[in-house]
Design a protein around this ligand. Structure first.
Ligand code: ADP
Ligand code: ADP
Length: 228
């Protein structure tokens, strides 16, 4: 039942700053869990450790019961949507979305890669943008490309770091509903980082509230205590 499990996780950066202090939590398979907290509380540090981009100082990270702390990022079966999307500017939308299917463990023959990429482009409604370069796209369109690219390798876990923060208020509401519908349709276990309480309450199956590197509340939306 616990698909992602974090046990006694700690991160002390090289400069001595203890960004994460003995944090433990778990995520059920297929749940969309929001990691909520103010800027600087350690949300990105946690995502980066889950992704394998950052080594924990101590503690365990289990995916489906298996400790992944020493597993390379490319073998963790995760999709990561970065805050600034991190699209490849010289590639078209189709090439960006296909990219994970052209390298490493998720590599597929070209025709198959294109077919899978087009499936996720349809799901994220960017089929018509296939030949465009990211520089010509709106923020919301770039966001959809980043999500399609994160899903195309059919990972088991989706990590999203403030994915809506570069969008205007109206688009944020629209795309957050789309993200929730999409992750439920695909059935992927998702960790969604945000500093926006209302956003977390609106889309999370569960919310984990952080402050200063520790968990303050770990609850479902109904019981979540709203700051005045
Ligand atoms: P959040 O994502 O919640 O904004 P971060 O995980 O980015 O928080 O950062 C948590 C804390 O760790 C912050 O105080 C930040 O300044 C600090 N921090 C982040 N990266 C480093 C680093 N490479 N070296 C030292 N401190 C860092
Ligand atoms: P976020 O937007 O997620 O809060 P930040 O703006 O805190 O991220 O950090 C941006 C980058 O700077 C990250 O790569 C982080 O690791 C690094 N960083 C943040 N704080 C520090 C710090 N105090 N010392 C060194 N690097 C840091």
């Amino acid at each position: 039942e616990k698909f992602v499990e974090v046990k006694d996780l700690r991160k002390v950066y090289d400069n001595g700053h203890e960004a994460i202090k003995n944090v433990s939590f778990s995520v059920k398979k297929g749940d969309l869990v929001c990691l909520l907290g103010p800027s600087g509380c350690g949300k990105t540090t946690i995502l980066n450790m889950l992704a394998g981009l950052l080594n924990p100082t101590s503690g365990e990270i289990l995916f489906d019961g298996k400790n992944v702390v020493n597993v390379e990022p490319k073998n963790r079966e995760i999709g990561y949507v970065f805050q600034n999307y991190a699209l490849y500017p010289h590639m078209t939308v189709l090439q960006n979305v296909m990219f994970p299917l052209t390298v490493g463990k998720t590599k597929r023959p070209k025709e198959e890669a294109e077919k899978i990429a087009k499936k996720y482009m349809a799901l994220t409604q960017i089929t018509d943008l296939a030949d465009q370069k990211p520089g010509n796209l709106s923020g919301g369109q770039q966001q959809r490309v980043a999500i399609a690219r994160a899903l195309v390798g059919e990972p088991k876990i989706l990590l999203m770091d403030e994915p809506l923060s570069n969008l205007d208020a109206r688009l944020r509401l629209k795309i957050r509903e789309e993200i929730r519908a999409l992750v439920k349709e695909v059935g992927i276990t998702t960790l969604f980082v945000t500093h926006d309480q209302e956003e977390a309450l609106s889309i999370g199956d569960k919310i984990i509230l952080f402050n200063n590197g520790v968990i303050q509340q770990d609850d479902n939306g109904q019981n979540f205590y709203l700051e005045p």
